[in-house]
Ligand binder design. Structure first.
Ligand SMILES: Nc1nc2c(ncn2[C@@H]2O[C@H](COP(=O)(O)OP(=O)(O)OP(=O)(O)O)[C@@H](O)[C@H]2O)c(=O)[nH]1
Ligand SMILES: [Mg+2]
Length: 413
């Protein structure tokens, strides 16, 4: 068992900040810290008109923190903001202790979690890009080579080498990511050519995406009560009640104030979402701040140019809710990912949403054309199928995606 680091969290509250939002971002910083195996000993808040340019907090407040640190054996200070390189250094010098900011904390968690080649490369790239402008004179921070929050990953071995070396590594990683991205692109193209219908599960971190994915596919996606349990997308085949077949993907969780370096690095992973035909937006409905989580996800989907894709809002963790819960966005379904009956309801709801998007059809298929019947049952939502004995034909009715080649075939017949 890893030794837990004792952490002090510090934040500036500015006049324009909404009180509830401020509190929940602090709560989030606390769970991020715990996810990184830190233990929060104390939270220090200072109300200010603006952030202190050199020290982030005022000098008096820092004196107070320094005294606390000395009396309570704190290992690390985490600031609930993105700091400039010089702010980090100044605070660290002042307190004579390691200081990291929110971005570095999130990078650290991503470094622990990445488990495919692409995921690891992306995290390393983001960490190096974060490190580059902060190379010189990190003082106390650099002496934490033994490890601990914020030091995992590539930083620790390369700190003493020069910028050029890091720059070369960045270029190298970029090339490798590009290669993986090209492979991914080809794979995606093949799926498109096969006209596989793609469903992406997206949502704020910890909403229950992997849990749902696992219940649906019975597969072993990594699922845990931690933030960012999933960093790499997983795709499996599913069959809806009508027989319609689709691919479904689990994706990395979203978070507010995602470090810009990471957004760039994870773009190719999240590009899967842009290619999706249907988005299942999962929301932890039991989270007090779920409305804001939803907004964050919508905003990021827009940035990814994925906001035009049909969406079903899936409000999860019903078992933790009061009965009077009302969905915020429609179309919606409220479920508990662990309840098999709810999974069945979700499947029905997905078909309902697709039928609204698609076109109705009805046609006769001769009994000798078993292949056509099979294709229709896989690629459309077939609602009726009757065998008319005297004519040896099937009469079928259903709903079909107008983008699917079968649609045009049906119209010709
Ligand atoms: N009570 C309750 N807990 C749930 C439900 N669904 C998921 N959870 C729990 O919520 C936690 C997070 O679930 P995950 O499936 O890992 O969440 P995720 O959205 O994949 O999270 P990231 O991969 O970190 O973005 C786990 O502890 C799950 O057991 C539910 O319906 N009810
Ligand atoms: Mg997950």
């Amino acid at each position: 068992m890893e030794q837990k680091e004792h952490v002090l969290l510090a934040a500036c509250r500015l006049p324009f900040q909404d009180d509830e939002r401020f509190q929940s971002s602090l709560e989030e910083l606390r769970s991020l810290t715990e996810t990184a195996h830190g233990e929060v000993d104390k939270i220090v808040i200072q109300n200010r008109n603006k952030v202190h340019q050199a020290l982030y907090l005022g000098q008096g407040k820092l004196e107070e923190i320094k005294t606390y640190i000395e009396e309570h054996e704190i290992d690390l200070v985490i600031i609930n903001d993105e700091l400039s390189p010089s702010q980090t250094k100044n605070i660290s010098d002042f307190l004579d202790i390691a200081v990291i900011d929110r971005t570095q904390l999130i990078l650290d968690i991503f470094a622990r979690r990445a488990n495919t080649k692409e995921g690891k490369l992306q995290v390393e790239l983001a960490q190096l890009q974060y490190l580059l402008p902060r190379l010189y004179g990190q003082g106390k921070n650099l002496s934490r080579l033994g490890g601990g929050i914020g030091t995992r990953g590539p930083g620790e071995t390369k700190l003493e080498t020069d910028r050029r070396h890091i720059q070369r590594r960045i270029d190298d990683i970029r090339k490798q990511i590009q290669q993986v991205a090209t492979q991914r692109e080809q794979y995606r193209k093949r799926r498109k050519e096969n006209k596989a219908f793609q469903i992406a599960i997206v949502g704020y971190t910890n909403a229950g995406k992997s849990t749902l994915f696992n219940r649906i596919t019975n597969s072993q996606s990594f699922e845990e009560n931690q933030l960012f349990a999933t960093l790499d997308p997983l795709t499996r085949q599913v069959q809806l009640p009508s027989g319609f077949q689709a691919l479904i993907s689990d994706t990395v969780g979203f978070i507010q104030d995602l470090p810009t370096t990471l957004i760039a690095a994870f773009r190719s992973t999240l590009e899967e979402v842009r290619e999706a035909d249907l988005v299942l937006h999962m929301v932890d409905a039991s989270h007090p701040d779920h409305v804001h989580h939803e907004k964050t996800v919508h905003k990021l989907l827009k940035e990814l140019e994925a906001d035009h894709i049909p969406m079903l809002n899936v409000y999860n963790k019903k078992d933790l809710l009061n009965e009077d819960f009302m969905p915020v966005s429609l179309p919606a379904i409220t479920i508990s990912a662990n309840d098999p009956i709810d999974i069945k309801r979700l499947f029905d709801k997905i078909e309902e949403v697709l039928m609204k998007e698609w076109e109705p059809y009805q046609t006769y298929v001769h009994a000798s054309k078993g292949d056509m019947l099979h294709r229709l049952s896989k690629h459309s939502i077939m609602t009726e199928r009757d065998f008319l004995e005297e004519d040896e034909v099937y009469f079928v009715k259903g709903w079909i995606n107008p983008d699917h080649p079968l649609y045009h075939q049906l119209r010709k017949e």
